[in-house]
Design a protein around this ligand. Sequence first.
Ligand SMILES: *Cc1c(COP(=O)(O)O)cnc(C)c1O
Length: 456
Amino acid sequence: MSKTNIPYKIYLNEHEMPKQWYNVRADMKHKPAPLLNPQTLKPMTVEELSGVFCTELAKQELDGTTAYIDIPEEIVKFYKMYRPSPLVRAYCLEEKLQTPAKIYYKFEGNNTSGSHKLNSAIAQAYYAKKQGLKGVTTETGAGQWGTALSMACAYFDLDCKVYMVKVSYEQKPFRREVMRTYGASVTPSPSETTEVGRKILAEHPGTTGSLGCAISEAVEAAVGTEGYRYVLGSVLNQVLLHQSVIGLETKAALDKYSITPDIIIGCAGGGSNLGGLISPFMGEKLRGEKNYHFIAVEPASCPSFTRGKFAYDFCDTGKVCPLAKMYTLGSGFIPSANHAGGLRYHGMSAILSQLYDDGLMEARAVEQNAVFEAAEQFARIEGILPAPESSHAIRAAIDEALKCKETGEEKTIVFGLTGTGYFDMVAYEKFNNGEMSDYVPTDEDLKPGFDSLPNI
Ligand SMILES: *Cc1c(COP(=O)(O)O)cnc(C)c1O
């Protein structure tokens, strides 16, 4: 097919949007290891999980066998306001790089949250509402998840309490204000409002917080308040399920033009956008129908896949959440203050961890300056100002396209452009001033995190 036959943007129409989410666990021979109750060390039951999560979401969390799950009509309706998201052929970038590779990106930044997180936020808010709950609690680091959840809760008229990592709360006042505009209450974490927050403050006075701390506070607030449950924006199986809408749309768009990708790339924080993007393609690979090269890209400063251990670990600092078997740096690991807030979590999705351990995907770690170089190159040629998180995927996509330039291979590369970077201008400012550091932890730096792993 000649170049001109493929449009710059491949859109689906409303009727071509997915009506079911795809659960990749159904096709996995080695299922992800079960969540364990931290007290009994036995697999969590739906009943136990329902104390923390909405019941329907607890069921989705533990469902390793149903391949397709209907997307409720109300969620489809909401999706239609900002989806399908475009799959863009990066013709201009290809030309700039002088590469024979064909590059596509799936752009998830076209909604107020500025990221893919709304895909799961709306689903989680829907199930909370359907269960008759009053509200939900959550944590947010960089702020995208908190914003997405605030939007979803406003739509379903649910109360929304957000614990925001203190350093972000102070550095990103506008993110906080967007959440409040959507009706959420935002508390800097650690706070005096929870027992675990008070304990962390007493032990580490002056701490600027971490995602692990904020999770502990949000869980405590949910469990201790009648009519509330806790919701989480990444890592969990249910979140990857909801995010499969990204991959299903991508596949439907590519299929329209009979395009088969060779390489599929995503940034990896907790793994939800990457898991969602690759799910339907991974399903084909698992069933032996097709082969693809999947690449997870993480920051060198928080290298869960590339330097972490595959082990059971706590999901939060306060150790109140179930234990998950995942690639992890240890719940005691505190990442350096890199600028991709959404990628600063110590662990990784159990599904992706298992797939990676089975050799079904590659992972690579990249340093900040190289990431921002790619971000600026992309912004200048493709027009979109990318989120620092997304720019990890851009870096790897450009690197692969440049390899093709050397070898002359005409590979088709698809990557996830998860969001926009308008709230990250402090990071861009650092980069533009030449003040961005490339911190890579030494083995010595990683040791305390590994020492914090439970002995299971
Ligand atoms: C949260 C976030 C990520 C990382 O989260 P995953 O669960 O790994 O997808 C990536 N990009 C953006 C824009 C985000 O907001």
